[in-house]
Ligand binder design. Sequence first.
Ligand code: NAG
Ligand code: NAG
Length: 346
Amino acid sequence: MHWSTILLALAGSSHALIRFQCSQLVRQRLDPLVNPGMVPSPHVHQIVGGDSFNTTMDPKTKDIPGESSCTTCQFSEDFSNYWTAILYFKARNGTYKRVPQLSNVLFDGAAGGGMTVYYMQDPLYDIPQQSSVKAFQPGFRMFIGDLNARTKQEAARFRQLTYTCMDDQNSREQETVAFPTRPCPYGIMTSLRFPTCWDGVNLDSPDHMAHMSYPETGTFESAGPCPSTHPVRTSQVMFEVIYDTSSFVDPADWPEDGSQPFVWSFGDGTGYANHADYVFGWKDDSLQKILDTKCYVNCPGAKTQSIEEMNKCAESFQASGKMVEINEDIDGWLEKLPGGHVANYS
Ligand SMILES: *[C@@H]1O[C@H](CO)[C@@H](O)[C@H](O)[C@H]1NC(C)=O
Ligand SMILES: *[C@@H]1O[C@H](CO)[C@@H](O)[C@H](O)[C@H]1NC(C)=O
């Protein structure tokens, strides 16, 4: 059965929300948003989406949909790129091991685990989505989070970057802003929610955040109004990334002082520096059309592809010579994280 049919059958209603899996395009040290042109960039990311991903993606010269031949996402007109840092386990002897990723429930087989992406018009998955929202425009990009945050206070300006300690694949309760403190038998899910109010003018800003804002009061979930400085309501973009921590649950492997053993690829051992990057690349007005259609996951007229086709896009990207080669071990037991980082907590 096609993935969207499965989900539609499961949801059994007609709301406007899309939720889709993207296979991993590549996992390497590149960051065309924050460190354009830098090869390698400071830390490892996992990247999904269109195969025009490159070291530099200057919107003045780059036509993302035009230069892409395929995407690793299920909506086949979505050539956007979405990326996050990746998680490592720090063993008692001080070496690091990459934590594998898992695809989300109902999306088995997505290469590299990848991520699930949502575009939501209204809060909550199970109520009809009715608000009109403006789709992002060509050249739009944004970032959320703070690589230097190491305290709860520093993380507090980002309202919705969280972790869920998963006992099984359906665990969705008790989100935390720091890394979970107990072993998670199935996995750790990170949920990264971008702000939903746009200034209506700028496609980007120096910190890649100032052109966007959270609602003036409350959150997207509590339907707070957009501030006058950022009056245009967009859809909420959310990523879910699941790390398979099932082989890292033995207390004998955990730090003797009772702290938790996971660190981000840039060294944050607190979890407060959770962050995500988005570079818009939907073809023509395909995203706006979806957002203007009352649909739930399976949207009439929207083109989709199978997980096999998504995976094929990643394979062809990696084999085609389009991919920038960075020769370094990111998967072995490493003395230092790629780029020379070590776990840090302040
Ligand atoms: C460090 O510990 C890990 C996990 O127990 C082990 O696989 C690895 O070989 C160890 N490395 C060294 C250098 O002892
Ligand atoms: C990637 O970017 C580099 C540097 O800007 C450029 O030389 C190269 O042609 C680009 N690769 C592709 C496949 O577009």
